[in-house]
Design a protein around this ligand. Structure first.
Ligand SMILES: [Mn+2]
Length: 327
């Protein structure tokens, strides 16, 4: 199904292997990193996971031995690791720019680069690109690869990581790319020792009081357009500062907008220190990845994102709404 032969060759030839993923990693990103890390160990290869962003608190259980290194902690040492690597495996994104602070050294590195991802592919150069935009999660692609190689690869530890990725990226099995195959895979993973209740509770039943307050502000500030079919919400730096929170605490807000009756498109604007993040969500055949391009972003049909330069938020909202209503 996926051609893993070239990847195996590259892995075999490599001694210094780095695994990395996109900024503000989710469970699919971290889960895939650990699944590959464990697979490489089985192949007698040690590897280093280095990420731009810290691991969100609710995903720390996936990194119980605190293996993940952070690029910003020690730039000279980590830069050296990246520049001198033989192989860099990038999961859950196909854009070097999403590696943020690591982008420059990854692109400069002489290492071969493998991308394994389920976002619509851009024109970036990888030595190997295993990409399937039909897959609900990168973790599902990895499952198919490992299972085809040898089902015995999928230990309980790998199963937990893959399940966490599939469960979260499929919106707990409700997003459109969820298929019969997704359930078959998850059934197999549960057979390998995954406790779905435990993983769900660890990831989702972990709202801090601060996040609930932030959500309350977000909800009361929602603005509706086009007779309630379009909704836009905002989180500002002021909110973050007053509640002592950050971008990781906005996780789930955009998905929530799609649960409002009659809403077909939703936008979440998050003001950050250096930029503004826009999340785009839609139902049905509204191609938010296309719409997000107008703001320099991308993603999936029903879920996309963009980072834009700091600007007046009210003006940005007006632009998003007026652009969307003629989209
Ligand atoms: Mn993903």
């Amino acid at each position: 199904m996926y051609d893993f032969e070239k990847a195996k060759k590259l892995i075999k030839q490599s001694e210094k292997i780095i695994i990395t993923t996109h900024l503000v990693p989710d469970a699919d990103a971290i889960g895939c990193e650990f699944a590959i890390y464990e697979y490489l160990m089985q192949q007698g290869k040690s590897s280093v996971i280095i990420n731009h962003s810290p691991t969100p608190e609710n995903l720390l259980f996936l990194d119980e031995n605190q293996i993940i290194k952070f690029f910003r902690d020690n730039i000279p040492g980590n830069t050296g690791l990246i520049l001198n690597a033989d192989l860099i495996i990038i999961v859950d994104t196909n854009e070097y720019s999403r590696l943020r602070t690591m982008q420059e050294s990854v692109e400069k590195s002489k290492a071969k680069k493998i991308c394994i991802d389920h976002h619509i592919s851009s024109q970036n150069n990888f030595d190997l690109n295993i990409s399937d935009p039909e897959s609900p999660a990168t973790a599902q692609i990895l499952y198919e690869i490992f299972y085809a190689e040898n089902p015995g690869i999928i230990t309980k530890k790998i199963a937990v990581n893959l399940y966490a990725g599939i469960m979260t990226d499929s919106g707990s099995f409700k997003y459109p790319r969820t298929t019969r195959r997704t359930f078959e895979i998850c059934a197999d993973l549960i057979g390998r020792g995954v406790d779905p209740v435990d993983i769900y509770e660890k990831i989702y039943c972990d709202l801090s009081m601060g996040k609930v307050r932030l959500f309350g502000r977000f909800i009361s500030g929602l603005e509706y357009f086009d007779g309630g079919r379009v909704v836009i919400g905002t989180v500002t730096l002021k909110d973050f500062r007053e509640l002592g929170l950050g971008i990781q605490d906005v996780e789930g807000f955009s998905g929530f907008l799609m649960e409002i009756r009659d809403v077909i498109a939703g936008f979440v604007i998050v003001e950050l220190e250096q930029s503004i993040k826009i999340s785009f969500r839609s139902k049905g055949d509204i191609y938010m990845n296309e719409f997000a391009k107008r703001f320099g972003g991308g993603g999936h049909k029903n879920a996309a994102g963009a980072y834009v330069e700091k600007t007046n938020i009210e003006e940005l909202k007006k632009k998003i709404i007026s652009d969307f209503l003629t989209f």
